[in-house]
Ligand binder design. Structure first.
Ligand code: SAH
Length: 500
């Protein structure tokens, strides 16, 4: 039996937070994702790591897929039994040719479902502080496409009719024809003083809003050098006096987060909450250690130690991934006590419902040995140190010097991320960013190894002195260094610097 199904999913206008829950569910189960250039590629992060990602938009110097190609691709992949997500900007049925795709699937007798999206026709005005309806100002909203040529007979007729219509009118596409369109609308009866707002890249960090009256707007758009994608709002509601307040503190800032994908979400979410346009460019990932068997054996014997010291949250993850496979009962860990280097490491243990007996707040794991000695007599005490391959063994050496009996469990290694599934590196090169955030030295090194061209006004943020020092190796000086060296501290410092 063929179980293939295609979801035509509206990706929303750009801000990844505007994808629907249903859309996210479909993405999380996808085997194949076919996405447009207007769909925010950050959303691809919801797809399973093994999903096939197919870009159906234009690449520079490359031909776009034709609508026929896309229809055939959707039919072929669905027929093959995949769960296919067709991710389309805005709403799939608002000037997105979604109907043709749905028809192609229906004709082929395939199962499909439409997941509506937040259209730029409504989100575009809203993100510029324009309410498309206002009691007393208008009683209708018209959404139209500006793809018809205003110099043609049909075009003239079409735009004049719209000009006679009144109410709020929202135009999608056709920015380059705005002059002719505005002229025909005025011939149709629109007052030359009708307020107009143009919103480019609505809901994205680099959103631009330009205002004017209909008789002058085309010249303003040319002067400002505005390019698509943009929506144009015609109507009283677009007047500057009706603009609603509402910008968030980091609105308009494009921030790149460079942690591994599994770690990045908290930082990205906090920055997005503050209004930033965040995109994730993972530069590192966690891989099993070279000797996984040896690590697994140490995990198996974990109960035989008095203390287990974790030096990173990743170490906690790697440890319990194995522990949970080996044992079905958390009590198998026995009476062992836990020590953590850093608050994030401690938090990771707490989230697993383990009490953390000792935390060294200082990031240097050497200080943990001191803290532990103050706490207890370590003479002849059996300690297991869980750490990544790439750090030094100095913690174990120090503990041994103090008389402890120490084993080291090499839990994982941090390697450069080679994939760019969400095309973040390309986006960085083409569109730039305002700020790039580094949370470790390894992300700094891997970033500079990529040799991406740096946007002229790019600023750097660092989580603390160690990362800052590594940045200096590459002649980069962060304009922001977190006061407390964790994610909250970092977000706070970014916010402070934006306010000053
Ligand atoms: N289905 C989409 C529209 C596709 S047509 C939707 O519902 O939003 C493409 C046009 O949509 C663009 O030319 C532009 O006019 C508009 N558009 C899409 N995303 C936009 C955005 N983030 N900001 C401004 N306009 C956008």
């Amino acid at each position: 039996m063929n179980k293939g199904k295609c979801f035509l999913v509206g990706a929303g206008p750009g801000d990844p937070g505007m994808l629907t829950l249903r859309g996210r569910e479909a993405l999380e189960r996808a085997g194949v994702v076919v996405y447009d250039n207007l769909a925010n590629p950050e959303l691809l992060g919801f797809a399973p790591a093994e999903a096939e990602l197919i870009y159906a938009g234009k690449k520079p110097g490359d031909h776009a897929m034709t609508q026929g190609d896309i229809n055939r691709l959707l039919v072929e992949k669905t027929k093959a039994g995949h769960l296919v997500v067709r991710l389309k900007g805005g709403d799939p049925f608002v000037f997105g040719r979604g109907a043709e795709e749905a028809e192609a699937l229906a004709v082929a007798g395939l199962d499909f479902e439409v997941v509506p999206g937040v259209s730029s026709a409504l989100a575009g005005p809203a993100s510029a502080g324009i309410a498309v309806t206002r009691r007393g100002l208008n009683e209708e909203v018209t959404v139209f496409t500006g793809h018809q040529d205003p110099e043609s007979a049909e075009g003239r007729e079409f735009y004049r009719r719209l000009g006679a219509r009144g109410g709020t009118l929202v135009m999608l596409m056709g920015l380059e024809r705005l002059g002719g369109i505005a002229r025909e609308m005025q011939k149709g009866g629109t007052s030359p003083d009708l307020p107009v707002a143009v919103v480019r890249r609505a809901t994205m960090g680099d959103q631009v809003v330009v205002r004017g009256v209909i008789s002058k707007i085309a010249a303003i758009v040319v002067k400002e050098g505005l390019r698509p994608p943009a929506i144009v709002v015609f109507g009283e509601v677009a007047a500057a006096d009706h603009k609603l307040p509402g910008a968030r503190p980091l609105s308009g800032r494009r921030i790149v987060v460079t942690r591994s994908r599994t770690q990045a979400s908290k930082l990205a979410a906090a920055l997005r909450d503050l209004g930033a346009d965040v995109y994730e460019m993972p530069l590192i990932k966690r891989e099993p250690p070279k000797d996984l068997r040896e690590f697994a054996e140490l995990v198996q014997d974990a109960h035989s130690y008095e203390w287990i010291v974790f030096t990173s949250a990743n170490g906690v993850e790697a440890f319990f991934e194995i522990f949970d496979k080996l044992y079905n009962d958390a009590r198998e860990i026995g009476g062992v006590r836990f020590a953590a280097v850093g608050l994030a490491t401690a938090k990771s243990l707490k989230q697993r419902h383990y009490y953390v007996d000792l935390v060294a707040e200082d990031f240097h794991s050497d200080s943990l040995a001191e803290t532990l000695r103050k706490e207890t007599d370590v003479e002849n005490v059996k300690i297991l140190v869980v750490r990544p391959e790439e750090t030094s063994g100095s913690l174990a050496v120090n503990l041994t010097k103090m008389g402890a009996i120490v084993d080291e469990a090499i839990a994982y290694r941090t390697v450069p991320e080679t994939e760019d599934r969400t095309r973040a590196r390309q986006r960085f090169s083409e569109e730039g960013a305002d700020l790039i955030v580094f949370t470790s030295s390894s992300t700094v090194r891997n970033f500079f190894a990529l040799k991406l061209p740096l946007p002229p006004d790019l600023k750097f943020a660092s989580i603390g002195p160690v990362t800052t020092k590594t940045l200096a190796e590459f002649k980069a000086k962060p304009s922001i260094e977190a006061k407390t060296h964790d994610i909250n501290g970092l977000v706070e410092s970014i916010l402070l610097s934006e306010r000053s």
